[in-house]
Write a protein that binds this ligand. Structure first.
Ligand SMILES: Nc1ncnc2c1ncn2[C@@H]1O[C@H](COP(=O)(O)OP(=O)(O)OP(=O)(O)O)[C@@H](O)[C@H]1O
Ligand SMILES: [Mg+2]
Length: 261
């Protein structure tokens, strides 16, 4: 059984159906991509998985349990971690303190009883791992956007997630940072983390994902390996806004086709 199972989830906001009977899974040791155009319902899916959004119908199963009615903090304690599309770090705290706070809030008693020195060391190791060790003592609102994104990741990793949800994690990263970021994701997956990633950078998605689900107007229109998704006509039309008699999406299509995993 997969670590996470999203089963037939519907989310309606008044007259808008943001998610429409979406079903997909995420498994330990694998990177799963969730892609689709703006407004397709990707973030809403994340909110349903983490407990911020109650689904209109459908279920979320995690670690063999139905967690649909569970509050956010209970899911977090069970190993569901996430980063947000908008940066959520505390701007006036240092980068290090942001990671420490995340660890203390979500780590429970185990984290509170760690010695000061041990906690500080763990924070440094984490910051080095995501590649922002040099910014440790800076205020979080003074660091470059790319580093702020990586701080979000460090904050999520500070809670030792078993399932890690990443909402557009590479926006603001330059090409080199994106490459190391992709390598880090693969490393985390090889350690057994299940990663579910919403991402618009197709190069990154096609390179690191084991499986991809494509959302369009709240519905999963395709699921499969990167190569299958890349060549799927439905995906090209829906996700890229491209159809045979309309070449307005041609630039994006070539972007999708140009990618070699
Ligand atoms: N709290 C809300 N109240 C009303 N409508 C909402 C709410 N949250 C999202 N929506 C609507 O639901 C739809 C899906 O939004 P969502 O943010 O999940 O899309 P997304 O795929 O994450 O898009 P993007 O790529 O732009 O981040 C959109 O039409 C959005 O306007
Ligand atoms: Mg979104």
């Amino acid at each position: 059984m997969a670590l996470l199972e999203v089963d037939d989830v519907i989310v309606r906001f008044g007259g808008v159906t943001a998610v429409n009977q979406a079903s997909f899974t995420a498994e330990r040791g694998r990177i799963t991509g969730l892609i689709g155009p703006n407004g397709a319902g990707k973030t809403t899916c994340f909110n349903v998985i983490t407990g911020l959004q109650k689904p209109t119908s459908g279920r979320v199963r995690y670690r063999d349990r139905d967690v649909t009615g569970w509050p956010v903090h209970r899911r977090a304690h069970q190993g569901i971690g996430r980063t947000f599309q908008r940066l959520e770090a505390f701007g006036s705290l240092s980068v290090k303190d942001n990671v420490r706070v995340a660890r203390e809030i979500h780590g429970g008693p185990k984290a509170w009883f760690r010695s000061e020195g041990r906690a500080a060391l763990e924070v440094e190791v984490l910051l080095d791992r995501v590649g922002i060790g040099e910014y440790g003592d800076e205020r979080a609102d003074s660091i470059p956007t790319g580093a702020a994104r990586l701080l979000e990741l460090a904050r999520a990793l500070a809670c030792d997630p078993m399932l890690l949800l990443l909402d557009e994690p590479s926006s603001g990263l330059d090409e080199t940072e994106t490459d190391s970021f992709g390598a880090l994701l693969s490393e985390l997956a090889s350690e057994g983390v299940a990663i579910l990633m919403v991402e618009h950078d197709m190069d990154l998605v096609m390179t690191v994902c084991d499986e991809i689900h494509v959302l369009d107007f709240g519905e999963i229109i395709a699921s499969g390996a990167p190569a299958d998704i890349r060549s799927d006509g439905k995906v090209q039309r829906a996700y890229l806004g491209y159809s045979d008699d309309d070449d307005s999406g041609a630039d994006h299509t070539s972007e999708l086709e140009a990618v070699t995993p």
